[in-house]
Design a protein around this ligand. Structure first.
Ligand code: DX5
Ligand code: ZN
Length: 228
C-alpha cells in the first residue's frame, strides 16, 4: 500500500501562504492539505482559524483536512466544514462524548477523524472505528512543528493496523508529527497509509523538491533503504 503525503502548513511562510500552497499543488506529490487548529488550551500554541481555511479553499483544489487541537470542539465542527474542510479530526483526549462528535461530523457530510496523543493507547479508538474515516496517530506531543518523532509510537501504528484490519472498517491510518525523509518508509511499512509532513516540506532546495523526495521514498518501487 502506497502512503500519501498530507502537507501541514504550520511551519510554512505565512506571508507567502498562497504561493506555497500553489507550489505544493503543482508538485503533484501532495494528496491534500493538513490545517492545524490550536486553541492555546488543549495545546499551548495558537494556530489557524476558519478564515484561513476559507481562503485556502478558494485557492486550491487539494482536499483539506482540519486537525482540531482544541478542547470541546463540537461547536466548531459546522464552522470548519462550512469554511471548506472535507475532513474534521478531533482529539479523543478533548472529547468526552467522542461518538457524538464523530456522528455530528458525518451528519455534516464530512469525513471523521480521531487524533491520539503519543501517550494515549490505540484502544481509545476501538469503540468508534465504525464511525471513523481516519485515525491520526500523533508522532509528537501536539502544539509545535519541527519536533522529533517519539519512537514508542511505532508500535501504536502496527497495533492500529492490526486492529483496523481485523475490524474491516477501512479506516485510514495517518501519522502526524516528526515525519521526515529518514523515517517515512518505515512508518508506511508499519501500516500508515497517510503521512502528515510539515517542516520537512519547507526546507531547501524547494517545496517541490522536498515533496518529490517523499514521493520517491513512498513509491512502491522505491529502494528499501533510502535516507535524505
Ligand atoms: C503538531 C501538528 C503537526 C505539525 C507537524 O502539533 O499537529 O501537524 O505541524 O509538523 P512536523 O512535520 O514539522 O513535525
Ligand atoms: Zn496536525
Amino acid at each position: 500500500m502506497q502512503a500519501t503525503i498530507w502537507a501541514s502548513l504550520l511551519t510554512c511562510d505565512v506571508g507567502r501562504l498562497a504561493d506555497q500552497v500553489a507550489e505544493l499543488e503543482a508538485s503533484g506529490f501532495v494528496a491534500g492539505l493538513h490545517v492545524d487548529v490550536m486553541d492555546g488550551r488543549f495545546v499551548p500554541n495558537l494556530a489557524f482559524g476558519p478564515q484561513s481555511v476559507e481562503a485556502l479553499r478558494s485557492r486550491t483544489k487539494l482536499p483539506i483536512e482540519v486537525h482540531l487541537m482544541v478542547e470541546s470542539p463540537a461547536h466548531l465542527l459546522p464552522v470548519f466544514h462550512a469554511a471548506g474542510a472535507g475532513r474534521l479530526i478531533v482529539h479523543a483526549e478533548a472529547c468526552p462524548q467522542l461518538h457524538r462528535d464523530l456522528t455530528s461530523i458525518r451528519k455534516l457530510g464530512a469525513q471523521a477523524g480521531v487524533a491520539l496523543n503519543p501517550g494515549t493507547p490505540v484502544d481509545a479508538a476501538r469503540c468508534v472505528l465504525e464511525d471513523l474515516d481516519e485515525l491520526l496517530l500523533m508522532g509528537v506531543n501536539p502544539g509545535y512543528g519541527g519536533q522529533a518523532f517519539i519512537g514508542a509510537v511505532e508500535q501504536k501504528i502496527a497495533d492500529a493496523r492490526r486492529m483496523i484490519d481485523r475490524a474491516g472498517t477501512g479506516t485510514h491510518i495517518n501519522v502526524d508529527g516528526g515525519v521526515k525523509a529518514g523515517n517515512a518508509q518505515r512508518l508506511a511499512s508499519l501500516g500508515a497509509d497517510r503521512l502528515v509532513v510539515g517542516s520537512a516540506l519547507f526546507e531547501p532546495p524547494s517545496i517541490a523538491g522536498c515533496a518529490a523526495i517523499f514521493h520517491n521514498l513512498l513509491s512502491p518501487d522505491a529502494p528499501h533503504e533510502v535516507t535524505a
